[in-house]
Design a protein around this ligand. Sequence first.
Ligand code: UDP
Length: 468
Amino acid sequence: MTEDKHFSDERTREVETLYRRFSRVGRARMRARRVVRTAIWTLIVQPLSGTKRALDLLVSLCCLLGLSPVLMPAYFLSGGLKRIPRLGRYGMHFDEFAFDGENSAGGEILRIFHLMRWPVLLNILCGHMSFVGPRPVSAGELSPTETAVWRRYNVRPGLISLWWVRQRANIAYGAELEADLEYVETHGFWADVGLSLRAIPAMLYGGGVPTAQSRITLLRIPMHNLTMAEAIEDILARLGCEKPSQVCFVNADCANIAHKNARYLEVLQNADLCLADGIGLKLGAKILGQDIRQNVNGTDLFPRLCESLSGTGKGIFLLGAQPGIAEAVARWVAENAPGTTVSGFRHGYFPPEEESHLLEEIHQSGASLLLVAFGAPRQDLWINEHLHETGVRLAMGVGGLFDFYSGRLPRAPLWMREMGMEWIYRLIQEPGRLWKRYLIGNTVFLFRVIRDRLFGTHGQAQDSVKEA
Ligand code: UDP
């Protein structure tokens, strides 16, 4: 009975397909559909892609109309609109609108629901601003004598800026003006659509807080809450010290390993510099009411560090990864940071009996900085055990860094990193090896952080760190 039904279903589908393909009515329908598709593309999508302004106008109008049931009461609650003087396109003055709410009780409600800035839709409607563009600045905020600043004014200021998205993903390492100029040079319809999409996860992550505390603790791991520039400055200072230092990068996976491996936890707790790496830590810290200033990971730090070491004579020893990889990284340094010395390199698959010879080799090289890429926790445990035998001033565990700079593995594109999704890219590259680490590991990590938050173990851990 069921087989008969299955057979008849299949026949019906086959007949329908044939009918659609070859009957006169079917062909006419297909033609009509093609015409409608072409018409939508040429009459709506294409003109809109050429005119960002038209899209701003349309979307801001729709938003204002659609949100009017919220915006109208908000207007009366706030007691009116306030005007903030700003510089717009070509440096022209305009007033940015916002709800007043300074002295009214309603203002507090608007702030809770993040409604204060919504009247900016009026600025977009009027053409002072756009949805996407550099942040609107006030007069005097940027030096008008700098030509680069004027290039920034070539486009309308926007609600969503490239800098804002990068700040939220904790990867805004450079200056805001650099990001603005990058936007001015690369913007276009699709680039703006991409940036708007990237703004969605950015809203979830929350902003970077420059005034955040200098130390944070997550799952009993105390970390230094530094920006990329501060971390480099700290490392350079340590390279000048007699006492050798150990630097560790901690991501969600490391925190999970440390949860089970007491020795590794101890190494992280005693590291001279322990830095937060990845969007998982940012979210975890946020859940615990702390803010991580920037994603200071080895891969982004490496080229900046090479640049800072250039011409100082302080050499780097590259240890780890498969044969040929560290050598390729040495070539990368020679090409991209020619003033930086690579004192030596060695792959990370050596038998235990070669260890003493390797330590001697590092010592003989005279390197100041040792990068160890064995993966966590092995690299950090190894450094902890052998740091004093290497003769270097500073050693850090850098995980998969060599694989990226050697070209063995491509790094996630910037737009993915701006969305905090570098881990998804790595998962796609090596699903067999990494699925457990990312899919289960990230969930377990967040679960542990939430448990800490709910049952107060986090507070106890922080107290013990303070006492220490
Ligand atoms: N590795 C090594 N020796 C070993 C095991 C691993 O040199 O005995 C290298 C491996 O080739 C890779 C790195 O260690 O380059 C580990 O990278 P992974 O992606 O696990 O590090 P992550 O950045 O994720 O911590």
